[in-house]
Write a protein that binds this ligand. Structure first.
Ligand SMILES: *[C@@H]1O[C@H](CO)[C@@H](O)[C@H](O)[C@H]1NC(C)=O
Ligand SMILES: *[C@@H]1O[C@H](CO)[C@@H](O)[C@H](O)[C@H]1NC(C)=O
Length: 248
């Protein structure tokens, strides 16, 4: 069901994406523990998650740790770079509820949404590259002019990758008009906020390889992993700019 929703996003237009956005795309729980033997860990998870929620509302992304010694919980949030602070906060709020429901008594959890990502772990992962849980979605449609299309996608993704790695929000976006086929390709790349430029580049290079293997000549492709995401489509799937609401 989640997959078909994602495919719809790629094939159809933005209103569908907005409708699907309240559902998570993917989630992973690990390192189950018994609450009776370790209630401190559960407290630290709750406190870390609460800290992330508060910090994300203020800054649009967050890293946090809570506790001492082996019961410490580390966490982070990432929001897609084109969305408003309000949508970001709402998305992380959904993520905190859902993760506590589905990853009950897990010392490690990750959840991906269209607009945001939340992760916590009892190991300190902050700053480290992690390409586990790489998932790919793509449209079944193939470009009418595959060679030109593929070159245009390659150039676009290189641009957004460099922008993401060097940028403050670790987010890069761009578009590329393919004159011969009269289509515009839209793309984005993003790493989690804890990564350095070089680690972010490494992460996106790994996803580029996944794309090349799975999506060559396809009109849309979306790859997610723990540390970064990469996507292109022929629909303008990103928000333009975060302008204040127009006056009546
Ligand atoms: C861990 O807990 C989750 C949710 O309670 C459960 O679905 C999963 O099977 C458990 N995994 C292991 C390895 O026990
Ligand atoms: C190119 O695409 C645009 C929008 O899809 C369309 O309005 C225009 O007529 C197209 N131009 C050509 C030459 O096909």
């Amino acid at each position: 069901m989640e997959l078909s929703c994602k495919l719809f996003i790629l094939v159809l237009l933005l209103p569908i994406a907005a409708r699907c956005s309240t559902d998570s795309i993917f989630q992973e729980c690990g390192k189950n523990f018994s609450i009776s033997s370790n209630s401190l860990l559960q407290d630290n998870i709750n406190n870390a998650i609460f800290g992330l929620l508060t910090k994300t509302a203020l800054y649009g992304a967050a890293t946090a740790s809570y506790g001492v010694g082996t019961d410490t919980i580390y966490g982070l949030t990432r929001c897609r770079g084109d969305i408003s602070r309000e949508i970001c906060s709402a998305c992380i709020l959904d993520a905190t509820y859902k993760i506590r429901t589905i990853c009950h008594f897990s010392a490690e959890a990750r959840i991906w949404y269209e607009y945001c990502f939340l992760r916590y772990d009892s190991n300190n992962f902050l700053g480290f590259l992690d390409t586990r849980n790489t998932n790919v979605w793509y449209t079944s449609h193939i470009a009418a002019d595959p060679v030109n299309f593929d070159q245009a996608v390659g150039r676009l993704l290189e641009t957004v990758k460099v922008a993401a790695a060097a940028g403050d929000k670790k987010f890069g976006r761009g578009e590329n008009f393919v004159y011969k086929s009269n289509i515009t390709i839209y793309g984005m790349a993003q790493c989690t906020p804890d990564l350095q430029e070089s680690t972010c580049n490494q992460c996106l290079d790994a996803l580029l390889e996944v794309m090349t293997r799975n999506c060559k000549y396809h009109l849309g492709c979306y790859v997610i992993s723990t540390s970064c995401v990469l996507r292109y489509e022929i629909n303008d799937f990103l928000f333009r700019d975060i302008a204040p609401s127009p006056k009546a």
